[in-house]
Write a protein that binds this ligand. Structure first.
Ligand code: ZN
Length: 299
């Protein structure tokens, strides 16, 4: 069976060619996955509905995004201009993770080619995150009785503070974030499990730490896993502070996928951050998530 992967051409938003955020990566990643026959045909999502969004975000905030009436400070915190294509992108990327989560229930494993907007909070966005797609999808699954105990494995180099805030009093969702101690956000929130990594950490120590915490998490009975596979842990990333190699990222993704897939826990992988100095390398690094999932689906 082929790995179900969700993609939409609107993941690419018009934010200007000189913008610091490498928005072109979404289109290039889709091309790369097709060219290398990792994906034959993408599943196409709908824009996430207001109702589905409203379980993770305030109605006031959703309206301000949809109507483009968010304050200047609110827009600045997000880091994208609030234009039509950014609104559309935020809605389809969130709808994409919701669709991917349903595909994971049906097929055991799935991926989005965007998602992992983990800094977005109940009442506002931040750090290139408008809507928190994983939080929206987690609520969606719980509300429909498709999952009861969800684990979010967040291995982006930045802390998943949006998820830890949104789910801080929610016993149905466990947040695990392993991130750079000294990186954004300056003020960290409390996940159910936070692992802070020192600057310049290399592959061996990283993988050893991850293995230990995965074995701890295996003691719980989760019935769904979201994986935020940020590649900003790479040594050549503009925003990361770790020194993880290409091979280290491959080992990480295969370890995570294998750990949950071998337990037959529905698994949904989303992109997370990546700001590599080398654009082609960035696309290749993001594709490791999809390659790792594709490797296991036939097994
Ligand atoms: Zn990040």
């Amino acid at each position: 069976m082929d790995l179900p992967v969700v993609n939409h051409e609107d993941y690419f938003a018009k934010i200007g060619d000189d913008h610091k955020f490498p928005i072109k990566k979404f289109g290039e990643l889709a091309n790369y996955l097709k060219k290398n026959e990792i994906v034959k045909k993408f599943h196409k999502p709908y824009a996430c509905s207001f109702e589905t969004l409203s379980h993770a975000h305030s109605k006031n905030y959703i309206s301000k995004i949809k109507n483009k009436t968010l304050s200047k400070e609110g827009i600045k915190k997000i880091g994208f201009p609030l234009v039509d294509s950014v609104v559309q992108r935020s809605l389809v990327a969130t709808g994409g993770t919701v669709l991917a989560s349903k595909l994971a229930i049906n097929y055991g494993i799935s991926c989005n080619t965007a998602g992992g907007s983990h800094h977005a909070n109940y009442d506002g966005g931040a750090g290139y995150c408008v809507f928190n797609d994983v939080a929206v999808a987690a609520h969606y699954l719980i509300n429909r009785g498709l999952a009861n105990k969800i684990l979010i494995v967040d291995l982006d180099v930045h802390q998943g503070n949006g998820n830890s805030e949104i789910f801080k009093d929610n016993r149905s969702v466990f947040t695990f974030s392993m991130h750079s101690k000294t990186n954004y956000p300056v003020k960290k929130s409390n996940s159910d499990l936070d692992v802070e990594l020192e600057d310049n950490l290399e592959d061996n120590a990283y993988i050893k730490t991850l293995k230990y915490y995965l074995s701890e998490l295996n003691k719980e009975n989760f019935d769904f896993v979201f994986y935020i596979a940020g590649v900003d842990i790479h040594f050549n990333d503009r925003l990361g502070k770790l020194k993880i190699s290409d091979e280290g990222i491959r080992l990480r993704d295969e370890l995570v996928v294998e750990n949950f897939f071998s337990q037959r826990i529905p698994f949904c992988g989303v992109l997370g951050g990546g700001y590599n100095k080398d654009f082609n390398k960035l696309v290749e690094l993001h594709s490791i998530l999809h390659q790792s999932c594709a490797k296991y689906i036939g097994s």
